[in-house]
Write a protein that binds this ligand. Sequence first.
Ligand code: C5P
Length: 235
Amino acid sequence: MKTKDVIIACDFGSAEECLKFLDKFEGAERPFVKIGMELFYAAGPEIVKEIKRRGHPIFLDLKCHDIPNTVKKTMSVLSRLDVDMCNLHAAGTIEMMTAAVEGLTRPDGTRPLLIAVTQLTSTSEERMREQLLIDAPIGEVVIKYAMNAEKAGLDGVVCSPLEAGIVKRACGDKFLTITPGVRFADGEVGDQVRVTTPAKARSLGSDYIVVGRPITAADDPVAAYRRCVAEFLGE
Ligand code: C5P
């Protein structure tokens, strides 16, 4: 697994669709793959094992959020799937995140990277204030959640590329920033609102960019993936 990389969001509704997509990458490269709720609930642990068997690093994006004991036990199950990265909601508190780290850690002391979702980029400051009664500016909330995650021993956060710099300043350069909302300069924006290009995301401090439709819906997904890697890593 590379320390900086492009992660393809494999948002497919079935194992068949996902594997047909990954078949296109039969060459040397085995892209880092994100399996989210849609694919996992449709295809279960078997799709995780199959993608692992094909040699792809995996980010299992299930965004766990429950009482500490339940999350601890869930993480222990996910840890056995041998993925490279998984995540939870920082809103579950430091106690829940600490329990998650314990559950995720294997008997030999190793574990997948554990990443916290701060505030979803679909949550606006106005909705946070009116519906969740959180009065602080959204940037402050993201920083506080990131610092809680760091305190609990997590490895980084999912955030907007525009927040990557402030997260690094608050939690240190080694604390990872995983950032969705990436589009090519000449591409469709779709339903993402605050977007940046791969090169801009890198310069803002993103360690891993999560890219879905600009690659999965491209006429030539392999070429789109290679372009994304070239722009993000400068390779
Ligand atoms: O297709 P697109 O590039 O917009 O996909 C982005 C991926 O990142 C999706 O899987 C989406 O669920 C995920 N994501 C996001 N914004 C967040 C957290 C995750 O777009 N705040």
